[in-house]
Design a protein around this ligand. Structure first.
Ligand SMILES: Nc1ncnc2c1ncn2[C@@H]1O[C@H](COP(=O)(O)OP(=O)(O)OP(=O)(O)O)[C@@H](O)[C@H]1O
Length: 865
């Protein structure tokens, strides 16, 4: 059934929240067992020659004396390291052997044979989904070992004692091979079996040179998370993620913790990615996600270390007040004290040698570890732990060093009357420091209630009852009166440009841009315009990852799409229109057309006239952590002329460091502005009516369809990135994170976007496609209904957890909504991507039948006039 058909056939009951992911198998969680019991529950029936047995010991014993085999993906760290190859792997009593094909006889030539006695470490890795690494001592005297044609290690058989091997370790190189299985279960099964057979790993011999691993779990008896890396402890303390959350879906908790770390640049602060999912974006410029830049792939050892993570954590919450002690009275908030001690007094010696494999439990009594990951790693929704997946990177809010605390401007400058406890919704980095008040208030229902009166019912499912418009409690601050624009005379071309570039240190000092607010925007005053050159510490860092283009390449590319002239005399600056992460946007009047000889860069320029109003985004390149995103943005805009996409007009490289991007001017500001300044703001009504929502969503959807038809994913759809002009035309902007899908790369995996709008598959670090934009569109519709996206009042970590586990978010007051909008939302916010509508399908949705005329939006634009 097509999605549209499905959408049309939806009954009221279809609007039920899909609900949290099913509990992971075998998780009773009555003690710290999510990890420890996992293997006990595993069925090793994948062993081709093994039969099931009820006792784990029996299974392990059989694993020791029988073969296990199956298809896997293999990659080594040698010359061909970029290739994942399908191999048939056989684990016998003495060797781990890889074949090109399933061997029909014992004489078949393997492509790689690793004596089990040489294996010194086996551990889960985030290189790829369901992936683990096997580190072996590789005899320097032997040849190869990393290639496909050579055999690793010289048949030491099983006779080597660990001590002898350990003592002769200087004669060995360490070699790492990576193995990826189809499923999480298979992965555990292999890990278990390999561990059981390798003398250096099992209790048979004393392991040497092993690193202490953590055992992660939640012990309801003590009400504590146990074995957490200290940075995770802190995160959990701040996050309102509870023991109950852990019990419900420990996989998701760990996943969002991991996600958090990556987002914040723990480790080496760059994004990761590899394999088929990593790759260039829309152009070279978007190669931010290319495999070459991705340490997780290039550096197989780039597991997150406690140290780095902790550092980044410290940075992320420099202003956070210590969390208030958890209230025992709150059943949702079990004691979150975290103990790092091993509650079970297990030996600190661990069988796996990778640092900080949070997923690993301690072996007891020299036995193999009982599990590798919390059992929650397998759920019906496929939430898996530590599966950093094939990419692992998302655009991180990087600063060159995670320790640097940047002041981040919000798009909506703070107002005096702002409520600092408001969660900032448009942050690129949700984990940016928050003021102490917000920290506690953010997690405090009491304070929220003080702010907005009685809490709205939060568990309502969508239903089809139509009743009066929902009385919501919009949480937006009252709109501020736009400041009077400077007269054009005041802002002559030259002086205005200079003014525009000047930073007002007072305004900066007075505003903590990291404050979590969602306040009405204030028209910036051009006289206080920041001088990007003085913008140190102010410019919001673009979602970072390691740049993949050299500066020279970026400049070359930029020069190919810009005029190399000083545009100051071409424009008369009028006022500052907005502040973005990468620079300021100004309203200007065109006083001169570009010299024809320079070549028009855009067809649209032909329609430009002297006196036309334009928006100019000014960026200081040296202040951009991710210049390639800017190149990406220009490239996409330049090639994307559509009525629902903000038109790029031309760009100037005024100096090597000073970039001006000229776009059509959208007087109405962003949709966020509209929502925040809605006349119903402060009342209990939705900021926008359903017909207004239908109109805006339809227009946005048309822009998205245009992009999707070109196989471009926007990846950051939210109200901030939808602009309106004075004629209520609706256009998408901010193309920095666009990604191009190609025949070879029909899916993406880089984690990009703004958390509250992110589709579950992004949060879960799965591969994704254009439909992530459809999810975000649905969230944007909720913004228009409720004033903000779901979970905005939650700590971002908790929000990520909720996105990953809750499925379709619930509406606050569904009873007042039409069936049409609920049906529409349900096809946008469908967790299962298969059943989520495409933009094409959405455009046929009956919800759009109720769209208003553009003129019906004018009351919403009044605040601008
Ligand atoms: N074409 C435009 N016309 C009118 N106002 C605009 C235009 N483009 C941007 N603005 C205003 O400037 C603000 C900042 O825009 P910008 O695209 O720089 O935001 P950003 O997405 O936060 O930044 P960045 O793209 O640097 O990450 C917007 O919120 C909007 O109010």
């Amino acid at each position: 059934m097509s999605l549209s058909a499905a959408a049309n056939n939806i009954s009221d009951s279809d609007f039920q929240n899909i609900g949290p992911a099913p509990r992971p198998p075998g998780a009773s969680y009555n003690k710290t067992q999510p990890i420890t019991n996992y293997l006990g529950n595993l069925d090793l029936s994948e062993k081709r020659d093994g039969s099931g047995s009820s006792s784990r010991e029996n299974r392990l014993a059989r694993a020791t004396f029988s073969k296990k085999s199956g298809w896997i993906q293999y990659k080594d760290d040698g010359l061909l390291s970029f290739l994942w190859q399908k191999r048939f792997m056989v684990l016998s009593d003495s060797y781990l052997t890889l074949y090109k094909n399933e061997p029909r006889s014992v004489n078949e030539d393997p492509v790689l044979q690793v004596p089990l006695t040489t294996i010194v470490s086996v551990s889960r890795t985030q290189l790829k989904q369901n992936c683990f690494e096997v580190v072996r001592n590789h005899d320097r005297g032997s040849s190869g070992g990393s290639g496909n044609s050579s055999l690793a290690g010289a048949g030491n058989g099983t006779s080597g004692s660990s001590s002898s091997l350990a003592s002769s370790s200087s004669d060995y190189n360490r070699k790492t091979m990576y193995i990826s299985t189809k499923t999480e279960i298979e992965l555990h099964s292999w890990l278990d079996a390999i561990f059981a057979k390798c003398p250096l790993l099992s209790g048979v011999s004393s392991p040497t040179n092993f690193t202490h691993k953590v055992h992660v779990g939640f012990d309801p008896e003590t009400g504590s998370f146990v074995g957490m890396p200290s940075n995770w402890e802190k995160l959990l303390k701040h996050s309102r993620i509870t023991g109950e959350d852990w019990n419900n879906n420990s996989a998701a908790v760990i996943q969002v913790l991991q996600f958090y770390q990556e987002y914040n640049g723990a480790g080496n602060g760059t994004s990761t990615g590899t394999g088929p999912n990593a790759g260039a974006g829309i152009s070279n410029a978007s190669a931010a996600s290319s495999s070459s830049s991705l340490p997780g792939s290039r550096n197989p050892n780039a597991t997150i270390t406690s140290k780095s993570s902790q550092q980044s954590l410290t940075d992320m919450h420099p202003q956070r007040k210590p969390p208030s002690p958890p209230s025992l009275a709150d059943p949702r908030r079990p004691n979150l004290q975290v103990s790092t001690s091993n509650q079970h007094g297990r030996s600190p010696q661990q069988p796996y040698a990778k640092p900080l494999n949070y997923s690993l439990s301690s072996p007891s009594q020299g036995r193999p570890p009982q599990s590798h990951l919390p059992s929650a790693s397998v759920s019906a929704q496929g939430v898996t732990l530590a599966q950093k997946s094939t990419h692992g990177s998302w655009k991180q809010q990087t600063s060159p060093t995670p320790l640097q605390v940047k002041k981040t401007p919000t798009k909506r400058p703070l107002l005096p009357q702002q409520d600092p406890s408001r969660t900032q919704h448009n942050m690129q980095n949700p984990y940016a420091p928050k003021p102490a008040l917000s920290q506690s208030a953010n997690s405090s229902k009491e304070i929220l209630n003080q702010r907005r009166g009685p809490q709205l019912p939060s568990n309502s499912s969508y239903n089809g009852n139509t009743s009066p418009p929902p009385r919501l409690h919009p949480q937006r601050a009252a709109p501020s009166a736009p400041s009077a624009p400077k007269s054009p005379a005041e802002a002559s071309a030259s002086t205005a440009a200079a003014l525009a570039m000047r930073q007002d240190p007072k305004s900066e000092a007075g505003h903590n841009h990291l404050q979590p607010t969602r306040d009405a925007p204030k028209k910036p005053d051009i006289s206080k315009g920041p001088h990007p050159k003085n913008d140190v510490g102010v410019t919001k860092q673009r979602k970072p990852s390691k740049p993949t283009m050299s500066n020279a390449e970026i400049m070359r590319k930029l020069k190919s799409v810009t005029f190399s002239t000083d545009p100051s005399s071409h424009f008369q600056m009028i006022e500052k229109a907005g502040q973005g992460a990468s620079g300021s946007v100004y309203l200007a009047k065109r006083t001169q057309l570009p010299v024809y000889g320079d070549g028009y860069l855009n067809d649209q320029i032909g329609e430009q006239h002297i006196g036309d109003k334009v928006a100019i985004k000014q960026m200081i390149l040296s202040k951009q952590p991710r210049k390639e995103l800017i190149v990406n943005e220009i490239s996409v805009m330049k090639d994307s002329q559509h009525k629902n996409i903000v038109n790029f007009l031309e760009a100037y490289l005024k100096t090597e460091d000073d970039l001006w991007v000229v776009m059509e001017y959208m007087e109405g500001g962003s949709l966020t502005d509209l929502i925040e300044n809605s006349p119903t703001n402060g009342s209990n009504y939705s900021p926008l009516t359903e017909p207004q929502i239908a109109y805006i969503v339809r227009e946005t959807c048309q822009g998205l369809k245009f992009l999707h038809d070109k196989h471009i994913i926007h990846r950051d759809i939210k109200s901030d990135n939808v602009l309106l002009d004075i004629r209520s035309r609706v256009k998408i902007t901010d193309f920095g994170f666009c990604a191009k899908l190609t025949d070879k790369r029909s899916k993406r995996a880089t984690m990009v976007g703004t958390p509250y709008w992110m589709a579950p598959e992004v949060v879960k670090q799965r591969e994704y496609d254009e439909k992530v934009d459809v999810w975000s569109l649905g969230i944007m519709a909720i913004e228009m209904l409720e004033g903000e996206p779901p979970y905005l009042n939650e700590d971002p970590l908790k929000a990520l957890y909720l996105i990953a586990t809750n499925g379709t978010p619930k509406l606050k007051q569904p009873e007042g909504l039409s069936l049409k909008i609920k049906r529409f939302l349900s096809v946008c916010l469908c967790v299962d991507v298969k059943y989520r509508a495409s933009t094409e399908e959405l455009l046929h949705h009956s919800f759009f039948d109720i769209s208003c005329d553009p003129s019906d939006l004018s009351p919403l634009l009044d605040w601008k006039r």
